[in-house]
Design a protein around this ligand. Structure first.
Ligand code: ARG
Ligand code: ZN
Length: 859
């Protein structure tokens, strides 16, 4: 069933208080909920509708008297003419112990936990499961004391004590009204790491991280990240934490990354645990970013929440923007921006180019879980960034102050947020709001004219927006285009200026331009568009060497690389010596210790196959890969000695650190290792094995394994076996072991895959493990996933059909690599379509899988 934004109506009843009692038993859980319902004066109905799913009703009472006058159908209780004010008490039985969907209350390795966003609360009790119903929650939890010594919920602990039969209880009260998607409960045998934070007004907040015994040594980074986040939010947004306690609990079975439940954040272990022996630099960065993300939700999401799920980006886009900016402040701003844009292009641009393209504020959906997307999150973040660019940082801050002031304690819309931007700046933001409404990646074409006589430079920009499912004839957007000018010597003559494009085609003139300039366009990636320019390769080389904008410096090099790859794809004999020589200059800079190592590592990396694919009319992954590999081999052949020197120069590191410098050095050394091992011969394997043997951290080990993955040399087996035995007790590292084999671009992959699938440690009920095998294969092994035989597609098809019955959310996610099927070569297209059709025909599809598969096929 499709739900539409235009059908929004306020909730008919308010539920200002909810009292919940949980009795946890091994074979069932009894939930009693007592809610005071009062007719909503803004509502237009006296029919109370309560959502509920997968539960057995034991009793229903109104004002203490048994009540049978309700209808139960389609996962809803309906009470007609329900009255002005009454207390409804419902007792029901649920089964967390057999809940494999991991929504609502479920068990993860012996620990009870919850995931209620978006619509999981209805699996716990019957309630108006919608974010605009805000209630004060009181929660009592009863369970066996020896098995579940820790019993947690949101807010403050108000009571705890012993019960008969070795049981005990805790009682919690959260004084701030919240929507039910922010409810959380945890019961388990966990250890706790403690710290405190003093807020800007001088209050002390207790910070607790709960993990399984044995994992407590891997929590320090998460704790430091939390404290940094709390301080950053005070400094940058003036936001203080209001409760006395902030809990984080890490669980091994989790559909997404983490969840911002008020004062009781629940995390995937992958985003809490980090130690040099077990986590890569990328893991350290994700932990920091996601800890910050969930903490920032306290204000952007919880205190100010969403009116309905079409407004998801209100909290997610804004919170992603906040966590990106936080990470930029904590680490390297240019590196952060490059990595964020690379991620956006890889995954969001491809979403926009697929039948599942949708607006940042969508206007319809079947299953909201399918809208936790790159578009709502990452493009949503770019929309906030553009508003900050247009308003300037100071006015943007005034606007967010106004937003918190106006809407604290309310459930609001994206329109309300943008209105605050308008009110604080005095600007009309109505054209800007089209960014929320129109799906698809706009394309922007830039051309330049120089008038020698007038000393004027004119930049002409043309924007266009392609049709997407359900949307045609789109209007022009307000696009902020940050531009600076360099002269032929590479000196910046005109610093960054933000051009505001509002028309389909528009020209901007710069005065006082003494000689023909080289424009640096869309600095810092000031808008999420596909830019095409008339810049020559020489212009780009000048930007690559001299631009003052770190992002565009990198971007210029990537554009040259993309052009080179396209030339090789058109003619494998084409002369690429200029490109290879330029790489030599960069290697030389590295040898002279010039410039930032992290940036050099990124400059020495060719765009990924997925990024190149976005520039192709018809995608042929094998052709992209062979052109790419041809260039990588030429780089190695030409610069082998210099690369080896650069590798050795950066090999010894001293004491382990995750400072940006140390991470930059590792990333440079490992990028060079990748270039040196691209030919997969015996020397490559020996070098990678030596790298592995010398490693004192997971980043270097993973780099060595990645370089050996495609190899058929004996070292491959030795190193993978050693790695497994060394780390078999660390689930998150075993995930890496699965992934690093799933990405092997070699003929053995299909046999290997079957072995991995049948490995004793593979468990299809664990989302991390599923992602480590299937997502790694389908996303990071594009050549073998798109093998002409169709074997790759069959692997994913069968997994989706199996997962559909176990965990619909995870099953639907796995459809992603199929959704762009129409963009591949005719042979691949036909096979991808067959796989989608087979899923469609497999019967009993969850609404999650049904929506993404049917839209992929017909959209
Ligand atoms: N609000 C969470 C976050 O972005 C995401 C949780 C969504 N979970 C889900 N199953 N749809 O931090
Ligand atoms: Zn979020």
């Amino acid at each position: 069933k499709t739900i539409y934004l235009k059908d929004y109506a306020p909730a008919p009843y308010k539920a200002s208080h909810i009292n919940l009692v949980f009795e946890l038993f091994e074979d069932k859980t009894i939930v009693r909920s007592e809610v005071l319902y009062i007719k909503n004066p803004d509502g237009n109905s006296s029919t109370l509708i309560l959502n509920g799913q997968d539960q057995t009703i034991l009793s229903v009472e109104i004002d203490g008297v048994a009540f049978t006058g309700y209808m139960l159908a389609d996962n809803q209780i309906t009470i007609n003419e329900a009255g002005e004010k009454f207390t409804l008490t419902i007792t029901s039985e649920i089964h967390p112990e057999t809940n494999t969907a991991l929504e609502g209350l479920y068990k993860s390795q012996g620990t009870y936990c919850t995931q209620c966003e978006a619509e999981g609360f209805r699996r716990i009790t019957y309630f108006q499961d919608r974010p605009d119903v805000l209630s004060i929650f009181s929660v009592r939890i009863e369970a066996d004391k020896s098995k579940y010594p820790v019993l947690l919920s949101n807010g403050n602990l108000v009571e705890s004590g012993e019960l008969a039969n070795g049981r005990h209880f805790t009682a919690w009260n959260d004084p701030f009204p919240k929507p039910c998607y922010l409810f959380a409960l945890v019961a388990g045998d966990l250890v706790r790491i403690e710290d405190t934070f003093k807020t800007m007004s001088g209050r002390n907040v207790d910070l607790h991280i709960y993990v399984r015994s044995g994992d407590e040594g891997q929590c320090d980074h998460a704790m430091q990240s939390l404290k940094k986040s709390m301080q950053w939010d005070e400094e940058k947004y003036g936001r203080e934490y209001e409760l006395d306690l902030f809990n984080i609990v890490a669980v091994s079975d989790f559909n997404m990354g983490a969840m911002e439940n008020t004062s009781l954040n629940i995390f995937n272990t992958k985003l809490v645990l980090a130690h040099q022996e077990t986590a890569t630099d990328t893991d350290f960065m994700s932990v920091e970013g996601v800890i910050a993300h969930e903490y920032f939700h306290n204000w952007t999401g919880n205190r100010v929440t969403c009116r309905d799920w079409f407004q998801l980006s209100l909290k997610e886009g804004l919170t992603v923007f906040r966590d990106h900016e936080f990470s930029a402040d904590m680490n390297s701003r240019s590196v952060q921006r490059i990595d964020d844009v690379d991620h956006l292009r890889r995954f969001q641009f491809s979403e926009d180019a697929s039948p599942l393209a949708h607006a940042v504020q969508p206007d319809n959906f079947i299953e909201i879980s399918n809208f936790y997307t790159m578009t709502v999150y990452e493009k949503g973040s770019e929309l906030i960034r553009m508003q900050q660019t247009l308003l300037g940082e100071d006015t943007y801050r005034k606007a967010t102050d106004l937003y918190f002031d106006r809407y604290d304690g309310h459930a609001v819309t994206c329109d309300d947020f943008v209105q605050c931007m308008a009110d604080a700046s005095g600007r009309d933001m109505s054209q800007f709001f089209l960014w929320y409404k129109q799906a698809g990646t706009p394309s922007l074409i830039a051309s330049s004219q120089y008038d020698e006589e007038q000393k004027q430079f004119t930049l002409t920009l043309k924007q266009s927006q392609a049709d997407t499912p359900g949307q045609t004839n789109k209007k022009p957007l307000l696009i902020p285009v940050a531009v600076g000018l360099l002269n032929e010597q590479g000196i910046e003559t005109h610093p960054t200026q933000v051009l505001e494009m509002t028309e389909r085609e528009q020209s901007f003139t710069f005065d006082n331009v003494k000689t023909r300039p080289v424009p640096s366009i869309l600095r810092g990636f000031s808008a999420p568009v596909k830019l095409t320019t008339d810049l020559s390769d020489d212009n780009l080389r000048l930007l690559q060497l001299s631009d003052t904008d770190g992002f565009n410096k990198w971007e210029a090099g990537q554009t040259i690389a993309l052009r080179t790859i396209e030339r090789v794809m058109a003619d494998s004999e084409v002369d690429i010596s200029q490109f290879i020589d330029d790489i030599g200059i960069m290697i030389q800079q590295g040898l002279n210790n010039k410039g930032d190592k992290a940036l050099l590592a990124r400059a020495l990396s060719l765009p990924a196959i997925a990024v190149i694919a976005q520039t192709q009319d018809v995608i042929d992954p094998a052709a992209i890969d062979s052109a790419r590999t041809h260039i990588l081999k030429a780089i190695k052949r030409t610069h082998k000695d210099a690369l080896l020197r650069l590798y050795k120069d950066n090999l010894s590191m001293g004491e382990f650190s995750i400072s940006p410098e140390a991470m930059g050095r590792r990333s440079l050394k490992n990028t060079v290792l990748e270039l040196l091992t691209v030919t997969n011969g015996s020397g490559c394997a020996a070098l990678a094995k030596a790298h592995y043997d010398h490693a004192d951290n997971m980043t270097d080990r993973v780099a060595a394994l990645a370089c050996l993955s495609d190899s058929t040399q004996p070292e491959r087996e030795e190193v993978f076996t050693d790695f497994y035995h060394r780390f078999k007790d660390y689930q998150l590292v075993v995930d890496k072991w699965f992934s690093l084999q799933a990405i092997a671009n070699r003929d053995e992959i299909f046999d290997d895959f079957a072995k991995l699938r049948n490995h004793a440690e593979f468990n299809i009920k664990n989302p991390n493990r599923v992602r480590s095998l299937y997502s790694a294969f389908a996303i990071n092994n594009p050549v073998k996933f798109h093998d002409p035989s169709g074997q790759g597609y069959a692997i994913l098809r069968d997994a989706i059909i199996e997962l559909n019955a176990i965990n619909p959310q995870i099953a639907a996610r796995q459809v992603t690599p199929f959704r762009e099927w129409k963009r591949y070569t005719p042979e691949l297209q036909a096979k991808m379509k067959d796989a989608l059709q087979a899923i469609m025909d497999s019967g009993n599809l969850s609404s999650d899988v049904f929506e993404v598969v049917s839209k992929s096929l017909n959209g």
